[in-house]
Design a protein around this ligand. Sequence first.
Ligand code: C2E
Ligand code: MG
Ligand code: MG
Ligand code: MG
Length: 287
Amino acid sequence: RAKEDGGGGFQVFTEEMGARAAKMLTMQHKLRRALDRQEFMAYFQPQVDIATGAIIGCEALARWQSPDDGMVPPGVFIPVAEECGLIDAICLQILVDSCRWIAEWRSRGLPEITVAVNISGRQFHNSRQLMSIVEQTLADAGVPPRQLELELTESSAMNDPENAINVVRMFRDRGVACSIDDFGTGYSSLSVLKRFPIHKLKIDRSFVMDVTNDPNDAAIVQAIVALAHALNLKVVAEGVETLEHLEFLRSVRCDTIQGYLFSRPLPGEAMAEFLAQGKPEPHPVTS
Ligand code: C2E
Ligand code: MG
Ligand code: MG
Ligand code: MG
């Protein structure tokens, strides 16, 4: 890096940078070992249909059950995994684990729901590989494609829209729906968005959080719902914590909600119990 600057420029290698690099290496090493030992698993956060109150799906969220550090949240290891090229392997373990649980819930005769799996921008770029992995994993688990959904972040969708549009279309033709995640946090071109054969937009938690206090957030959420519906897409709001959030989202005709109001992300077995109980009760988060 220092060399690239060339000419008169030079870069000081500070102690802080050294410490950061060392930390990265340690983490990288731990992640590789965790992959070998298959310590990554999916937790599932229910998604509830606002109109009927029924559970219609869930999102699979990566968790790392580390023998040293306990349950590690994705905010800690996903950025490192992306930087050191291990994200694909981790997402694969999440995909496999998700399909295993779908098959398990099916075998117990629980209500059929969709499971949304997060896909990294890199994986979306290697579309052929992703496609064959997804098809193989579904077939191995004996899961119908209609039960799987893929979440692509707005920024990775818009990064290389032509590729993303093609990949989304290929998946749609094979019965796997795609949605755009964290909508509103990136930069969408509306002319590109309209060409995306996606099924859903997910409104990022950062807009939902203050929707009942901040008129700007309220306006943004209302506008995203209207935009989505105009494009024939369903809308999922994430980070729904209170009954006030729910009532606002109902008033602007949002379709589906995901958040602590109904449940935190659950291990597969707890998700099975959640599915068995039928319509979930809201449990508002109090601050
Ligand atoms: P995301 O896809 O936007 O996921 C939603 C995040 O919001 C999850 O955090 C979830 O636990 C959290 N959340 C949901 N409802 C509430 C709520 O009511 N209140 C609050 N305060 N938070 C809520 P989590 O599990 O920590 O995941 C964070 C991010 O990590 C995800 O954001 C996703 O971008 C990424 N991620 C998780 N699993 C995977 C994975 O398997 N692959 C990839 N590529 N990324 C993943
Ligand atoms: Mg997501
Ligand atoms: Mg999201
Ligand atoms: Mg988000």
